[in-house]
Design a protein around this ligand. Structure first.
Ligand SMILES: Cc1cc2nc3c(=O)[nH]c(=O)nc-3n(C[C@H](O)[C@H](O)[C@H](O)COP(=O)(O)OP(=O)(O)OC[C@H]3O[C@@H](n4cnc5c(N)ncnc54)[C@H](O)[C@@H]3O)c2cc1C
Length: 422
């Protein structure tokens, strides 16, 4: 009898674990609410119409078709029963011998939970596509609007959070304003569109070096993005943002990229959930009290070490590396390999031909950094067809500052009346 390993989440961590596990020894089930693996670093390009969801998503069933011993189960995990070693999803109950939680992270609204309903996000493919629809809808309505004040309201976009996601989506909106508006929206002038990026800290890209932070700031200002540092938002009610100093500003489109927390996993005892809603693990990604049967890897895992006292960065590399290390430990069964994170650096783009990059020993920026950024991302996307279609879209955008992807697709059940003002 093979041991049954159930992996919750088929993201960078979960899928890589499945690939590395010894399938002569284990029967592996990947449970994910989506039927595809996706590539979050490019979600901002979905939101800004640079790519479509299918370019950066890959069906699990296609990925695992040559992986004997691995199966995919669609379902949202509703409960984990640690005592009886079983999980319940929206569709079934699955028994396991070992459970690996690799469910990633979700938006953190820092207690302002109503923001989930009232703001736009880019944390999932669905959120990014919804944000894109809203942006396109506003450009079309703005183009029809004859009242200058109302047009300005329709076309004011506020991005909250100056990390890589916030910088990238603000930069992409800045490019729309600077380059696409005059070509495709002749009714609109650049001054009709306002893009504001709000960050509570004194600099953008807090995890990067000062030189890269400064380059990102300059790049965004060049794209006509209004960057406001040291600015903390405390509330968002009735379309008014309240700031820490008490003043309020009207804003209809708020894009939230200000923080993440571990994806909630119902059924887990509170003592194993730590800072930022992440599951506390030891140096082998095991959960204390359940060393034989419960593991967490990737964004959702909180492994506090002397080098990373608040846990590892919630980025793709720690997830991929933890998956590979846990697979080795599970395959050998001796748990002799502690996890040691090899930091390969971090990058962010500012528009279509500039990026900043911090490698472990040096930083660089500009066009060359953007080429490296493209190469790294292309290599990481699953599937040759996806790689080629992303490359083709980037080439086209680069040459013509234009895509054919600005399609506003509303599902038939979408409350259209809201848009027609009925
Ligand atoms: C917009 C954006 C930009 C980013 N840019 C970068 C970047 O440039 N570089 C970088 O290194 N990192 C970047 N990241 C972070 C990176 O994507 C994450 O660190 C990485 O995806 C974590 O991998 P993971 O496997 O832990 O989680 P994920 O890749 O998020 O996978 C989690 C999986 O679990 C599934 N899941 C969650 N909850 C449930 C449930 N209850 N039931 C069933 N399934 C569930 C989800 O559907 C998902 O497939 C970015 C993230 C975002 C959102």
């Amino acid at each position: 009898m093979k041991e049954r390993i159930v992996i919750i989440g088929g993201g960078f961590a979960g899928l890589n674990l499945a690939k590395h596990l010894d399938r002569d020894k284990f029967e592996v089930k990947i449970v994910d609410r989506n039927n595809f693996h996706c590539f979050p670093p490019l979600f901002y390009q979905i939101a800004s119409s640079g790519l479509v969801s299918a370019n950066i998503s890959f069906p699990f069933r296609r990925e695992i078709r040559n992986m004997a011993g691995v199966s995919y189960h669609m379902g949202h995990v509703k409960n984990i029963d640690l005592e009886h070693r079983r999980i319940t999803t929206s569709y079934e109950t699955i028994d396991y011998d070992r459970l690996v939680i690799a469910a990633g992270s979700t938006n953190n609204y820092f207690g302002m939970d109503k923001l989930a309903e009232e703001t736009y996000g880019i944390k999932t493919v669905a959120q990014a596509a919804h944000t894109r629809d809203e942006i396109l809808d506003r450009f079309e309505r703005g183009a029809l609007c004859t009242d200058p004040e109302r047009r300005r309201q329709l076309l004011s976009f506020v991005v909250v959070g100056g990390g890589p996601s916030g910088v990238e989506i603000a930069g992409a909106l800045g490019e729309m304003k600077k380059y696409i508006l005059s070509k495709e929206y002749p009714e609109l002038k650049p001054e009709d569109v306002t893009i504001t990026l709000i960050e509570g800290a004194p600099s953008l890209l807090g995890a990067m070096r000062p030189k890269s932070q400064q380059k990102a700031l300059e790049g965004l200002r060049d794209l006509m993005v209004n960057v406001r540092l040291n600015t903390l938002m405390t509330d968002y009610t009735d379309k008014y943002i309240t700031f820490k100093d008490g003043h309020k500003e009207y804003c209809e489109t708020l894009i939230w990229t200000a923080g993440v927390k571990g994806e909630p996993m119902p059924g887990l005892p509170s003592e194993i959930v730590g800072r930022g809603g992440r599951i506390i693990v030891d140096r082998y990604n095991r959960v204390a009290g359940y060393e034989d049967s419960l593991f967490a890897i990737g964004d959702i895992a909180l492994m506090e070490t002397p080098d990373y006292p608040h846990g590892h960065p919630q980025m793709a590399q720690p997830a991929i590396q933890q998956a590979a290390n846990l697979a080795k430990n599970l395959n050998s069964g001796d748990f002799s390999r502690e996890f040691v994170y090899k930091d390969k650096g971090s990058m962010a783009t500012i528009g279509k031909n500039k990026a900043v990059a911090d490698l472990p020993s040096y930083s660089f920026s500009g066009f060359f950094a953007w080429l490296v950024w493209m190469l790294v991302h292309l290599l990481s996307i699953l599937g040759m067809r996806n790689k080629l279609s992303v490359l083709m879209n980037w080439f086209w955008n680069y040459m013509f500052y234009s895509t054919s992807l600005r399609l506003l697709l509303r599902p038939t059940k979408y409350p259209l009346r809201r848009h027609w003002g009925d």
